[in-house]
Design a binder for this molecule. Structure first.
Ligand SMILES: Cc1ncc(COP(=O)(O)O)c(C=O)c1O
Length: 441
């Protein structure tokens, strides 16, 4: 709650003398639910099915230390120096090789290295969005992208998905309705492969159809693909960028196939956009970290990175299996998505259950998840939960699902007991943990 220069957060009250000075766009800045949860869920006794942290311990440390040693031996002065605003040419060559695994062919000149794909999201939004412009995004969508779009005062229009990803007919309808309302649609933001948070993958046929819809409506596609190489069985359909070069900005990242600590991602942009992207990158950060880029370059040269991605795949496949088996065993009457890669399962709760309301009770029972509301710009999503299987061990996942089941069953019992009495809210109030996590909103 905010009143005249005084902000209240939890029990603390701070006076901000600059309260009236902030730019309008800062109204879109709020602590994400995921971020707030990291603090709570990091307590060791809590099983966290909340965050999307890669399991970096599956990366042998010696592979990294050997790369770092070679960086300092062979390229120390360059690695410690400012670099090019576009990223080092050698790394961009390797990035082309990696993207080729998903059917993409492009020019090294059109790759722009960024500080994680998160920064690429920020740059693209900065380049295209004026306040009030519309970004189309799946319902639900990646919480970090929603935050960026909000911070540039975009209007976010969610488009329905099903088990095969974004629904083309819903996209058509949304575009028609927005155009009829006189809105300016700037781009479609999509995570077609192993969606965060929904866990689903857009079928090949739909990829083609959606590209066609966007092409005929003059809408740019922003394809965000950090998980595409983390498939569990067979490879997913090729990237949308493999079909269409001029109308797609493609984002990739080393965060999930190597480690997020390097903070290196990239954009492959249509030639016409590329120059503006480089200028925006230089204006934001001068140059992406040369040190991280050299470290990754040495890793790609010296380590069997394909084998390492296979290792990640088998770690995550085992965890996905543990989660699906536990859900089937404990919550058979509920429904969830079945991911064929990536990090996430999307759980649908029975009607009347509220994932956001239920969270403090879950944390009290030592399990954390991300409520569906984090992934919608419009406050909906209460009937959904994102469960991440990337970080906890299979045993912890099983324990977490058992705990979650107890919480859900407890809520259902309460609902049955207090149905029609109007007392459930009062019960929720008294059931909140004594020290609720801050900023879960
Ligand atoms: C869909 C999606 N896009 C972008 C990102 C940001 O990743 P990076 O570490 O490359 O900035 C994430 C991180 O979880 C993500 O899930």
């Amino acid at each position: 709650m905010t009143t005249h220069g005084t902000t209240h957060s939890g029990s603390s009250t701070t006076f901000d003398p600059w309260y009236d000075h902030y730019a309008d766009r800062t109204a879109g800045l709020s602590a994400s639910e995921v971020r707030a949860l990291f603090a709570v869920a990091s307590r060791p006794e809590v099983v966290s099915l909340a965050g999307g942290m890669p399991f970096v311990s599956a990366l042998p440390p010696e592979l990294v230390t050997a790369s770092l040693a070679r960086v300092m031996r062979d390229s120390g002065p360059q690695a410690l120096q400012y670099g090019s605003g576009q990223g080092t040419p050698e790394l961009r060559e390797h990035i082309l090789e990696i993207m080729a695994l998903e059917g993409i062919r492009g020019s090294v000149d059109d790759v722009v290295v960024t500080t994680g794909s998160q920064q690429a999201l920020d740059l693209v939004t900065k380049l295209f969005i004026d306040p009030g412009d519309v970004v189309l995004a799946e319902a639900p969508s990646y919480v970090g992208a929603i935050g960026v779009f909000r911070s540039y005062q975009a209007e976010i229009a969610h488009v329905m998905m099903d088990a095969d990803g974004l629904i083309p007919s819903s996209l058509r309808e949304s575009i028609a309705a927005l155009k009829a309302a006189g809105k300016t649609i700037k781009f479609l933001y999509t995570i077609p492969t192993f969606h965060n948070p929904a866990g689903v993958t857009l079928s090949w046929q739909r990829r083609i159809e959606i590209l066609e819809i966007c092409r005929s409506n003059g809408i740019l596609v922003l394809e965000d693909n950090p998980y595409g190489l983390l498939y569990f069985d067979s490879p997913p359909p090729h990237a949308m960028r493999s079909v269409e070069a001029e109308g797609v900005i493609y984002l990739g990242s080393f965060s999930k196939t190597l480690a997020p600590g390097f903070r290196v991602g990239w954009a492959l942009a249509p030639h016409a956009i590329r120059e503006k992207l480089i200028l925006a990158n230089e204006s934001a950060i001068l140059s992406p970290s040369a040190f991280s880029q050299y470290a990754i370059l040495e890793y790609l040269r010296g380590a069997d990175w394909r084998a390492q991605i296979n290792t990640f795949r088998s770690v995550y496949r085992e965890r996905r299996d543990a989660m699906l088996t536990a859900l089937q065993e404990h919550l058979p009457e509920m429904s969830w998505t079945v991911p064929t890669g990536g990090f996430y399962v999307w759980l649908n709760l029975p009607p009347n259950l509220d994932s956001k309301e239920m969270l403090p009770r879950a944390v009290k029972e030592l399990v954390a998840y991300t409520p569906g509301t984090a992934f919608y710009a419009d406050g909906t999503g209460r009937q959904h939960i994102r469960l991440s299987f990337c970080y906890p061990t299979p045993d912890a996942i099983r324990l977490g699902v058992r705990r979650l089941t107890a919480v859900i069953n407890g809520e259902l019992e309460l609902l049955n007991t207090f149905a029609n009495t109007g007392q459930l809210e009062a019960v929720h109030e008294s059931a909140h943990v004594s020290n609720p996590p801050p900023n879960i909103n």
